[in-house]
Ligand binder design. Structure first.
Ligand code: NAP
Length: 296
């Protein structure tokens, strides 16, 4: 397969390594400052790419910004992805991104090309929750003067990240409470041997919280909730930007509240890259098989 890898951070290096090992022919855009050379991969400029022969485009986790610019950690050049570029791709070409935004959704829709948002997949989100929680533990240790063991930890949300956070902090000996809004989540929290509470009762449940870990991507740790917390509480907000915490109010009250985005890419870029590479390669293989079957 011919694949263009456009921009990205250290996670992309693992994807490049695995794809070249699988004999893909790669064009690397936004990597000219990278010393390492990969057999089967050529560093190119976006203007030099023949989009009509690409089977796939691989974008960084963030995809593009609102104006189409792609993050390029290993380049000082500005790289933009446009609808015109996508229109040149063969109809079967797949565009891979971690997440998307209205710009990327719009240009892929208008160019009528398939966009795969890897982070929307349960498998990627669940694997990714592992380095996310390891990063959370690192941050908690860095910002507290007490042990996790024995402390009161409130986890908000029982999604793919929330489950891993709750279970891991429980295994470290913390007294873990989890807040959720669905009765099946309350049941699961209880089954896990943890203390469950409904999010409607959040305020009364944070009065003895030492560490509050939010995974809910909506305004949830409000000024009113923060006002009920002890002043030594540490809030780690894992939810996607802008998080679910009133950071301004937390600062005013002297409560340490930290937004902690992209932990897998920070604490374990190699593993985070492997997680993406494994799924990418699986999807590309499935797509290739389907096209071969259709041709025969
Ligand atoms: P998820 O599986 O969708 O879980 C989200 C949780 O939030 C669910 O328990 C959901 O409950 C709850 N929730 C959503 N909206 C709510 C609302 N309005 N009120 C109450 N509860 C609500 O997502 P995830 O994969 O666990 O990811 C959670 C967040 O962490 C996302 O923002 C994700 O982008 C972010 N993330 C951050 C990192 C990092 O490094 N910081 C890494 C991975 C993911 P219901 O089922 O009741 O809706």
């Amino acid at each position: 397969m011919q694949i263009a890898v456009i921009g990205g951070d250290a996670r992309q290096l693992e994807i490049i390594r695995q794809l070249t090992e699988h004999d893909a022919k790669l064009s690397l855009i936004g990597f000219e400052q990278l010393d390492h050379a990969f057999t089967g991969a050529t560093k190119e400029k976006i203007t030099e790419i023949d989009f009509s022969v690409q089977d796939a485009l691989i974008l960084p986790v963030r995809g593009t910004d609102a104006k189409g610019q792609v993050d390029t950690i290993f380049s000082s050049e500005k790289v933009f992805l446009t609808k015109e570029m996508l229109e040149k791709l063969p109809p079967h070409a797949i565009i891979f991104s971690g997440i998307s935004n209205s710009y990327l959704d719009e240009i892929t829709n208008e160019a009528d090309r398939r966009l795969v948002k890897l982070f929307e997949r349960d498998d990627v989100a669940i694997y990714n929750s592992i380095p996310t929680v390891e990063g959370t533990i690192m941050m908690v240790i860095q910002h507290t003067d007490f042990t996790i063991h024995g402390s009161n930890v409130s986890v908000l949300g029982l999604g793919r990240v929330g489950v891993t956070v709750a279970r891991t902090f429980q295994a470290l000996g913390a007294k873990v409470k989890v807040g959720a809004r669905k009765s099946e989540h309350i049941a699961r929290i209880t089954e896990m041997g943890l203390t469950a509470f409904h999010l409607n009762d959040l305020e009364s449940n944070v009065k003895d919280t030492d560490i509050c870990i939010n995974t809910i991507p909506t305004s949830i740790v409000t000024a009113s909730v923060i006002s009920k917390m002890p002043t030594h509480t540490l809030i780690i907000d894992l939810a996607s930007k802008p998080g679910g915490t009133d950071f301004r109010y937390a600062e005013k009250r002297g409560i340490k509240a930290l937004l902690a985005p992209s932990l897998p890419g920070i604490v374990a870029p190699k593993t985070a890259g492997q997680i993406l590479a494994n799924v990418l390669i699986k999807l590309l293989r499935e797509d290739m098989k389907k096209r071969e079957e259709n041709q025969s």
